[in-house]
Design a protein around this ligand. Structure first.
Ligand code: 2M8
Length: 422
């Protein structure tokens, strides 16, 4: 295949157009603030666009929202906008920089490592790495301390939004145990995007209940851990954190060697020792687990493939997953479908219930390469390029038809195209 299949200048223009002065919105209107894992992926695009200072700045702006306890929130409300719900007043966080009260998949350290290794301006790279390392270490320590207080090796998530895969069918059951919010609100997302491509009201009612719950509990970690009605060991977050922790420790080598790095090493080892609890022989895939019921959440989703990226799978598990990818891609050729196409809950156009997401494909392809499966990694590249062939950079793609879905002119899609598919 002749690369690239997309217009490089168009991709760069999207980043510039979505730049609100040091941070990049995912897309205008629908998501008018800075999102955590979007920012990390987008920084990769800024690097490829040849603007190294701007790439580093994206991450520095993200850490401006970091909480004193180390959490990097999922949304940083740097500016004001009335096109998104729920905004800062609903979250109720009183910090100087307004933020949400949950986090998102911590791909940050992996991106810091890539930027550091790719950077041509070595003096700048050293300076920015030194500036970003303390916050990134604090972020990982936060995950292990606050989200795994019993040292199980498997961190937990308190909200489907924290997974980044908001309405994945994996969350249907645990979310059904959450009460619905008892006040009226107006969603803004379905004013920007076809409702058939977004979550349902019954899911939003519970998303907002949880936002209220964190506020009612004054964001107190202990209280929330003990009583949150939604507490899931999310295989996507766990795998991404494991990869990021390896990358962070590599960056710390010969720079930082103290209690914090020793603690991070121990955490990685605990995760590796516990990961089989999240393997399903029946599904030939990793799955998440509801810690309130102890039940595995039996959905075959792209998150269950991410342990390849985290290098958490055994060789036998990796080949079982690889085998299942044949049918997964045959059934949804503009993949990788976020939910397996043979699943009853598969919807090829609805957000995280079946569409394909190119930044996830990139992570999985890296995982496949780590497991010496270059042909499969190349196939993921090709299906990703097939999505881009209609000429725009959509938020996600219908995995059966290749049609673009959600928001258009989307930062992380443009960025990952520049970084991975150029
Ligand atoms: C989507 O999530 C937000 C809530 O965080 C939303 O729908 O309002 C998800 O796709 C998430 O993964 C992503 O980071 C965010 C911004 O692109 O949008």
């Amino acid at each position: 295949m002749n690369r690239p299949v997309f217009d490089i200048e168009h991709a760069k223009r999207i980043l510039r157009d979505n730049d609100l002065g040091g941070y990049t919105v995912p897309t205008k209107g629908l998501y008018p603030f800075q999102w955590n894992w979007d920012a990390a992926i987008t920084a990769l695009g800024w690097m490829e666009a040849g603007d190294e200072p701007r790439a580093w700045l994206e991450l520095e702006m993200l850490l401006k929202g970091q909480w004193d306890n180390g959490m990097v929130p999922h949304i940083i409300f740097h500016g004001e906008a009335d096109t998104y719900f729920p905004g800062p007043e609903v979250w109720g966080v009183e910090n100087a920089v307004k933020t949400s009260a949950i986090s998102q998949p911590p791909v940050l350290a992996t991106v810091v490592r890539i930027l550091f290794e790719q950077s041509k301006d070595r003096a700048l790279a050293e300076q920015k790495l030194a500036a970003l390392l303390p916050g990134t270490i604090a972020c990982h320590l936060w995950w292990y301390r606050e989200r795994d207080p019993e040292n199980t090796g498997l961190v937990c998530s308190y909200h489907p939004w924290e997974s980044g895969m908001d309405n994945s069918p994996a969350w249907d059951h645990p979310l059904s145990a959450v009460p619905t919010v008892d006040w009226e609100y107006t969603r803004r997302d379905t004013g920007h995007v076809d409702a058939a491509e977004r979550p349902h009201k019954h899911q939003y009612d519970r998303y907002i209940y949880l936002v209220d719950f964190f506020k009612r509990n004054r964001f107190d970690s202990d209280a929330i851990y003990k009583s949150c009605p939604y507490r899931v060991q999310d295989i996507g977050i766990i795998a991404i954190l494991q990869r990021a922790n390896t990358d962070l420790l590599a960056l710390c080598q010969s720079r930082i060697d103290d209690d914090s790095t020793r603690s991070l090493q121990a955490s990685s080892a605990r995760t590796a020792a516990a990961i089989n609890e999240l393997w399903s022989d029946e599904l030939s895939c990793f799955v998440s687990r509801d810690t309130l019921t102890g039940q595995q959440l039996k959905t075959i989703s792209c998150a269950g493939v991410l342990p390849l990226f985290g290098e958490l799978a055994s060789p036998a598990q990796a080949s079982a997953i690889n085998e299942s990818l044949d049918r997964w891609i045959d059934g949804a050729p503009f993949g990788l479908a976020s939910t397996h196409p043979d699943s009853e809950t598969f919807e090829p156009q609805r957000y995280w219930r079946g569409p394909s997401w190119l930044h996830i494909n990139w992570m999985i392809a890296l995982g496949l390469e780590a497991y010496q499966m270059p042909e499969r990694a190349e196939q993921l590249k090709q299906v990703s390029e097939a999505c881009l062939e209609n000429g725009d950079f959509w938020e996600y793609y219908n995995s059966v038809t290749g049609e673009g879905c959600g928001g258009g002119e989307f930062s992380w899609t443009a960025a990952i195209a520049l970084h991975w598919l150029k």
